[in-house]
Unconditional design. Structure first.
Length: 270
């Protein structure tokens, strides 16, 4: 089974599309994890470059909005359809809101599942703060109601929200692992969604904890004889990344950290 390591555009938005694609390709990433431009001209350029560089893509839906559930669902469907224009391997979805009722959250999941079946595409709901997968306990309630629900595993949010290394919800984590279709490989800790630098020995415990989770996901995919597993090296820029108190500059280089994570994943998981 192949590991496909993807680069996020998050934090590199200052680059032109041409420079972004060249940078990703030169670093030997297999693809990218990003949103599709809404502007038609930019979108056409984006798709052209994607084909020219022969990079895979996980489409990232995070834009859906709305003052109520009806408005949100209409927006959600629009952005799911927009994301399909880049022919993604799957869609990573920032789905719903944490303040939606259970019935409203289930409605969002049902829309994603109907879209998935109609378009023969996996829609994976990211375990992200502020969304319907914001905590393991809320996710568990959704899992119980929707056996077909699939996720993008970003467990850094769960360690932050629960202020733990998930020792009190081991069964939920195992269920989440079985439902994982995509990984956001960012290392969190009990007080935040991103450690300052995974290369530092001070954060070895957290790095190894998350690596073990990712390894379990890989093992599950291998058991199922899946063709590939997509993983995004998703360490982010400030304010996810800590900054120096004196000059407010990032304490580390985001690009260098994500390249380190790419090589770490290939060494520890491949």
């Amino acid at each position: 089974m192949k590991l496909l390591i993807l680069c996020p555009q998050w934090g590199l938005e200052h680059l032109t599309l041409e420079d972004f694609f060249e940078k990703v390709s030169s670093a030997d990433y297999n693809g990218i994890d990003t949103w599709v431009p809404e502007n038609k001209i930019e979108r056409n350029k984006f798709i052209r470059l994607l084909n020219e560089y022969q990079l895979s893509i996980v489409g990232h839906q995070h834009q859906a909005t709305g003052r109520n559930i009806d408005e949100y669902c209409k927006s959600y469907e629009y952005y799911l359809n927009l994301t399909m224009e880049c022919n993604p391997l799957l869609i990573n979805s920032h789905s719903g809101r944490d303040y939606f009722s259970l019935d409203e959250q289930l409605r969002v999941i049902d829309i994603a599942e109907e879209f998935s079946i109609k378009n023969n595409i996996t829609v994976a709901h990211e375990t992200h703060r502020g969304r319907l997968g914001f905590s393991p306990y809320n996710a568990s309630a959704l899992f119980n109601c929707r056996p077909e629900m699939k996720i993008t595993a970003d467990f850094s949010h769960w360690t932050c929200v629960t202020e733990s290394f998930l020792e009190n919800c081991a069964e939920i984590v195992q269920e989440a692992i079985k439902r994982t279709k995509h990984i956001h490989a960012r290392v969190g800790y009990t007080q935040g969604p991103q450690i300052p630098d995974p290369r530092s020995p001070y954060w070895e415990k957290e790095l190894l904890f998350f690596t073990a989770l990712w390894s379990s996901i890989l093992k599950n995919h291998t058991t199922l004889n899946n063709e590939y597993l997509t993983i995004t090296t998703e360490f982010g820029p400030p304010p996810y990344m800590l900054t120096d108190l004196n000059d407010n500059k990032p304490v580390a280089d985001q690009w260098e950290i994500n390249v380190f994570m790419k090589d770490w994943l290939l060494d520890k998981l491949a």
